[in-house]
Design a protein around this ligand. Structure first.
Ligand code: GLN
Ligand code: ZN
Length: 758
């Protein structure tokens, strides 16, 4: 008999119940008891949802983040909250967000750093280490959840992050060697495993996803040390890897003294044969056969064809599961009553994925006949999607086949272009601009929502948005900025806005996925060949330009960012979808140019985060990502100025690719780094223009003129002043007008001061 299990379940709730409960608690609108009761209720519901499984994850529920939970369990709590009075949950929130509930007597501390969980869009709180970090176990949170599970007769399999991955995820604040903490960390883990055994736990899932990254010999040795230390424990360990292939770590993973190994059989299918050969015959092999990272139905027939012979060999040693935790997919497709029914028939969210797992288990355990009905239905959906004309558009495929190197090349070199552009635009030195959005007021959001719901007719909506654009133009005139934006009032989200207008995209109503804490994203679903049937931004931009003589930037989201923030197709490489997006956005660029727009900004906010987990795959990604951008941007005349924007500043690794994009101007986030991050551009002799952000838009603080002059002077030590722009770090949509106006006023003043001293 094959065993079924799950690595983790989305904790936010099908209706984002956890999000709203957290936010109410933080605002002081509900009590801690109400919040913890909701947590218990969600756990119970999610276990019921998973009742068909042989083993159910426990401990995957979190009030904020599973890595932060682990830090608290290991007693690795930052000094700055350790001595604070008060409740443990509140201290936990202080590390997560800088404050607990409405901290009136402000026991505010600075929040822990947040970073992306491997190559997902989930963000975790980075564990903090120092040379003298000590660990002391407090497993009460997990033990309470286990007690709750046992009371409900849940077949509990606790989930914890393994010690090597835990260290790898953290940061030594004093630059000490964090791996040196391993000997101090292991006893805490050993105690934890003992406590779990005392609770009658048989299996523990211990997540070590770093095994799919490039590890040096020292980190590989750490695995041996760690798991040798747990060898005589009383619980059985299922060592879980996911998100990629093991490659150089394959033998290591197979030889560790654990009782079972979980492999992502979507990403690492090619390695399974080797794993079976190397794994000793007293070990369980868990195969992640359902994709936990996308929203597509599994081809159950193809999966069974592959899996049945493996089952024949492994028999009871075979377990099956989703490839990774289902944290990265929405909860329930059945909520999507408004979605086009054909497209919905191609999809599976968390609950549907668990249903698929059940069908696979039935077919493996009892033969395909008892599972036949479900298999036939699945096959019909898979076939329809495979051949649908809504997915496949021959014209798009033909256009893709015609792509050649010339398509992504500007006519003239940067110097020629810069001369022509400066003659035409006539900008002062240190030109000032903003990144695109202006504050989004409640009224704008309301108008947009009403229009979407059909409560507002198009003409009234247009007038409302135009009024907002006019306001932005007036304010920019008054401020004396040099290159204007229209303010993006018509956009809810920089990806969704374009997805909604492109053919090949679908939208869910409840397809929320946790990004961090209470924040969720609802990625649009790229299901088919992408094409653009009409201009998407030209009318708004043209209207904005009609109100001023200053150059108005056309504002677009680039293909790589649209791709990286969507659920994408699994039936073609990401690069192909990206090139399709590139061709569609290129049409928009050319239409803007035709409409007389002289400056066009193409945001690539998510280009860097698309980097694959393994460095060996970076070049391939960067090659097609950069080429996609070039195709989008570079069909314009020399006179048209192309801007791009990236809201981060770690460019060291990718500076050559950034230069290769050949945008005339790039604006980046730098204000917090005191411009030191411009070194990457300096060292590379980056040839084009740069706008290093001088206004930290993540903070409500209003930067002074002096501070911004100071930052720009530092920038000018690295980049020739003729090539510098003055602008904020990112868009202003999350800020209030009262903050934005004085900040920009100071920014414009700063630019004047800089010009005078040239
Ligand atoms: N143009 C977008 C804005 O200003 C850019 C946002 C981003 O980079 N995340 O909102
Ligand atoms: Zn940005």
């Amino acid at each position: 008999m094959v065993t079924t299990h799950n690595l983790g379940f989305p904790r936010i709730g099908a209706k984002r119940e956890l999000k709203f409960a957290l936010e109410n608690y933080w605002k002081g609108l509900s009590s801690r008891d109400e919040l913890t009761a909701l947590g218990a209720q969600l756990r119970q519901r999610h276990w019921e949802n998973q009742a068909s499984l042989d083993l159910v994850p426990v401990g995957d529920f979190s009030f904020y983040d599973q890595v932060l939970d682990m830090s608290f369990m290991l007693g690795n709590i930052p000094e700055r909250v350790r001595n604070l009075q008060g409740n443990a949950l509140d201290n936990y929130f202080r590390v997560a967000r800088g404050r607990s509930a409405k901290d009136s007597a402000c026991s505010c501390v600075h929040a822990g750093e947040m970073t992306k969980w491997f190559d997902t869009n989930y963000h975790y709180i980075v564990p903090e280490f120092a040379v003298d970090t000590e660990f002391s176990l407090d497993a009460s949170r997990l033990l309470d959840q286990i007690a709750q599970a046992h009371q409900l007769d849940v077949k509990a399999k606790p989930v914890i992050i393994g010690p090597v991955t835990y260290l790898w995820l953290g940061k030594a604040k004093d630059d000490s060697d964090k791996l040196a903490l391993l000997p101090r960390l292991l006893p805490a883990y050993a105690t934890l495993l003992n406590q779990l055994a005392e609770q009658g736990i048989e299996w523990v899932q211990i997540d070590e996803p770093v095994l799919v990254t490039e590890l040096n010999a020292e980190w590989q040795r750490a695995f041996v040390t760690a798991y040798e230390a747990f060898k005589d424990g009383k619980v059985k360990l299922l060592l879980a890897t996911y998100f990629g292939q093991l490659q150089d770590n394959l033998t290591l993973a197979c030889k560790l003294p654990v009782q079972g190994l979980h492999i992502d059989a979507i990403n690492a299918r090619a390695e399974i044969e080797q794993v079976i050969q190397q794994l000793s015959t007293d070990r369980v092999l868990s195969l992640g056969v359902i994709n936990g990272r996308n929203i597509w139905k599994t081809d159950l027939h193809a999966t069974l064809e592959w899996l049945e012979p493996i089952h024949g060999v492994l028999q009871d040693r075979l377990w099956i599961a989703p490839s990774c935790s289902l944290l990265h997919v929405p909860v329930d497709l059945d909520s999507e009553q408004k979605m086009d029914s054909e497209i919905r028939s191609w999809l599976a969210f968390a609950l549907q994925k668990l249903g698929e797992l059940q069908i696979l288990a039935k077919a493996l355990n009892k033969g395909r006949v008892p599972a036949q009905e479900a298999l036939i239905a699945n096959n019909a959906a898979i076939e329809k999607r495979r051949t649908s004309t809504r997915v496949h558009n021959p014209e798009v495929k033909a256009a893709l086949a015609r792509i050649d190197a010339a398509l992504g090349k500007r006519a003239g070199a940067y110097e020629q272009r810069a001369a022509k552009q400066s003659a035409l635009l006539n900008l002062p030195a240190y030109p000032t601009t903003t990144i695109g959005s202006f504050p989004q007021t409640t009224e704008i959001r309301q108008a947009r929502n009403q229009f979407k719901q059909g409560e507002l007719d198009e003409a009234t909506y247009r007038i409302a948005i135009q009024a907002e654009i006019a306001r932005c133009v007036r304010e920019q005139e008054a401020l004396g900025l040099d290159v204007f934006v229209h303010g993006e009032a018509e956009r809810n989200d920089m990806v969704e806005y374009f997805g909604e207008q492109l053919d090949g995209y679908a939208f869910s109503q409840f397809g929320w996925v946790q990004s961090y804490g209470s924040r969720c994203v609802k990625p649009p679903i790229l299901f088919g060949d992408i094409s653009r049937s009409k201009a998407m931004t030209v009318a708004w931009t043209r209207y904005a330009q009609s109100l001023t003589d200053k150059p108005m930037k056309g504002m677009l989201t680039g293909p790589v960012t649209i791709l990286n923030w969507s659920f994408v197709r699994d039936d073609q490489p990401r690069s192909v979808s990206c090139y399709q997006l590139a061709l569609a956005i290129r049409e928009e660029v050319l239409d803007l140019e035709d409409a007389g727009v002289r400056v066009i900004q193409i945001d690539e906010a998510a280009l860097r985060e698309g980097l694959p987990l393994r460095r060996s795959q970076w070049n391939d990604y960067l090659q097609w990502a950069v080429e996609s951008f070039r195709i989008t941007a570079n069909g314009v005349q020399d006179e048209t100025q192309i801007h791009t924007h990236m809201c981060y500043s770690e460019f060291n690794d990718i500076i050559a690719s950034i230069a290769d994009m050949d945008a005339d101007v790039i604006t980046i986030e730098t204000s917090r780094s005191d411009m030191e991050l411009l070194d990457a551009f300096d060292n590379f002799n980056y040839p084009n223009e740069i706008g290093p952000g001088v206004y930290d838009i993540h903070s409500p603080n209003i930067p002074s003129q002096e501070h911004m002059v100071h930052l720009m002077r530092k920038a000018a030590e690295r980049i020739p002043p003729q090539r510098l722009w003055v602008n904020p770090d990112c868009g202003l949509k999350t800020r209030a007008w009262e903050e934005v106006l004085p900040a920009l006023k100071n920014m414009v003043e700063a630019a004047r001061t800089l010009r005078e001293s040239m």
